[in-house]
Design a protein around this ligand. Structure first.
Ligand code: ATP
Length: 228
């Protein structure tokens, strides 16, 4: 089954055309990276998939449903963005408990996820005192509480140092073994080892989509500057 299908999707914001006819399919269980420079349209694509935006034209389907119309399918998606959606004045545990109740998820998942993301020892500490990397790991734990089959990660490593990035990418590789993952970044080096396929977006269009069998950095530069 297809996890995600976008067909000829156009998205306008007033006079700005963010997406100019995007067609993209993601198979269930697949991990795909959306690459592209600033302003290419990556976040707009993930917001459409998450049901946070409605397309101006074309169709978006997630597990066969239209996400902006269907709340049920949105429960099958976990989203991580630049905004961690964490409450600084709550502890790590309290944050996850809050979201657990909101999503109607199993409270037993909290300890499991805190352990997986290396935060068990900080369970009862306020998020206010967490480093950027710890907040980002907790934010991913939050997105996984309801065990969604589709995980969307919109530039999850923004603001992390090299070590924080490496740790997070290792954890995400493990998470990706069991889920469909859509990962956006403008750093091509992050994709290796995580995503089997890449879609390169430029000016609201997919300029390359496929498995990478050559040097990704070269392919990316060619796609962005020469259009193929
Ligand atoms: P970045 O890597 O910088 O996050 P991106 O590839 O995610 O960029 P988008 O955020 O999807 O790009 O933006 C694509 C285009 O759509 C940009 O020109 C942006 O200014 C425009 N855009 C996105 N959201 C809105 C909005 N709510 N209102 C107006 N324009 C918007």
């Amino acid at each position: 089954m297809k996890a995600v299908e976008l067909e000829n999707v156009v998205k306008r914001f007033g006079n700005i055309v963010a997406l100019r006819g995007i067609t993209l399919t993601v198979e269930e269980g697949e991990s795909i990276a959306l690459l592209g420079p600033n302003g290419a349209g990556k976040t707009t694509v993930v917001k459409l998939i998450a049901g946070l935006l409605k397309p101006s034209r074309g169709t978006v389907r997630v597990f066969g449903e239209v996400p902006w119309k269907n709340y049920g399918v949105r429960k099958r998606i976990g989203v991580v963005s630049h905004n961690t959606f964490l409450y600084e004045d709550l502890t790590a545990y309290e944050n996850l408990l809050f979201y657990c109740r909101l999503y109607d998820a199993e409270e037993g998942r909290i300890d499991e996820l805190l352990e997986f993301f290396g935060l068990k020892g900080r369970k009862h500490d306020l998020v206010r005192g967490f480093s950027r990397g710890m907040k980002q790991r907790l934010s991913i734990a939050r997105a996984l509480l309801h065990d969604p089959p589709l995980l969307i990660l919109d530039e999850p490593t923004t603001g992390l140092d090299i070590e924080g990035r490496r740790e997070l990418l290792e954890l995400l590789t493990e998470v990706g073994e069991e889920k469909t993952v859509i990962f956006t970044t403008h750093d091509v080096r992050e994709v290796e080892g995580i995503c089997g396929r890449v879609a390169i977006i430029k000016d609201g269009r997919v300029v390359y989509c496929g498995v990478v069998e050559e040097d990704l950095e070269e392919l990316y530069m060619r796609a962005i500057y020469e259009g193929a």
